[in-house]
Unconditional design. Structure first.
Length: 295
């Protein structure tokens, strides 16, 4: 929670009824839950009816609970009032503007440099944290899924105890049953943050597992839960945030993990690569030409 919002609640605290004080106390002490949970979920954790949260918001001068929740997100810089459609509207009708691609690649270059500066000092300890884990879980949903899959795919070339999490068929609970204090969760998300990723991170925190956050801001709810955080910039003149720097961060992390590996690590990678070729998953040289001709 931001200091401004916290101060506002505390200034009004003595004027609240006992029930509203109970709700206010929970909001002050559990800002992550306010941001990632529904009103009913917050009310259940706070031990009050949902209507109490509505009354609390109005007592504090908000139109209702959604407005209070939006106020927290706005103060933290986690809201993005210019949504995807608004950005797309700006681009509409500019298909023949030759500067569009230049703007995009300039933004990528800037994002890469900012990400390099942010990550320079944190990648080595972050990689050491992963290396020491019994099991590594990787969570990245929606737009962050390509980053999570790239990390999983590269990491599995030299480590078996890496598992991806997905929300298909609502099986997250089953996948997370073994998660414990000796494990590490790599949580990947950027604003607007994936509800599933935040819920997984919260559960990992409750289980005592260490969290590594790959995210876009120190104010990200993932960063506030994490033992280690690496930031990547997502600015883009296009209608959707850029993940180019996030992919570079994943590649840099994999590089660090290989550098930390033992003398047998290159052989493990060679074995995995050979298995891919022998199974026909990868095709090379004449094999590729032959496969193309038989299509």
């Amino acid at each position: 929670m931001t200091q401004g919002a916290r101060d506002h609640i505390l200034q009004q605290f003595d004027n609240l009824s006992p029930q509203l004080q109970a709700a206010a106390r929970f909001v002050v002490d559990h800002p992550n839950d306010v941001l990632i949970r529904s009103m009913r979920g917050v009310a259940e954790l706070a031990g009050v009816p949902p209507s109490t949260l509505v009354r609390l918001a109005r007592q504090l001068g908000y139109d209702g609970w959604p407005a209070l929740k939006s106020g927290f997100a706005h103060a933290l810089g986690l809201d993005h009032p210019q949504g995807y459609a608004d950005r797309a509207q700006r681009l509409a009708g500019q298909a023949h503007t030759h500067t569009l691609a230049d703007e995009l690649f300039d933004a990528h270059s800037s994002n890469l440099e900012r990400t390099r500066q942010h990550s320079a000092a944190v990648l080595a300890p972050l990689a050491q944290c992963l290396q020491s884990a019994r099991q590594v879980y990787v969570a990245g949903f929606r737009a962050s899924y390509p980053l999570a899959f790239a990390l999983l795919y590269g990491y599995r070339l030299f480590r078996d105890s890496v598992q991806s999490l997905d929300a298909h068929a609502h099986n997250l609970e089953m996948q997370l049953r073994p998660l414990g204090a000796e494990d590490v969760l790599v949580a990947i998300s950027f604003a607007p943050y994936s509800r599933e990723c935040l819920e997984v991170a919260q559960l990992a925190k409750e289980r005592g597992a260490r969290i590594v956050a790959l995210t876009d801001s120190e104010a990200s709810p993932l960063a506030r839960l994490a033992a280690h955080t690496a930031l990547f910039a997502v600015d883009s003149p296009s209608f959707f945030p850029s993940v180019a720097a996030g992919m570079a961060l994943v590649e840099a992390l994999l590089e660090q993990l290989v550098a930390l590996g033992d003398a047998q690590l290159p052989q493990r990678i060679q074995k995995a690569e050979s298995a891919l070729v022998d199974s026909g998953v990868y095709v090379q040289g004449k094999q590729a030409l032959k496969a193309f001709r038989h299509r």
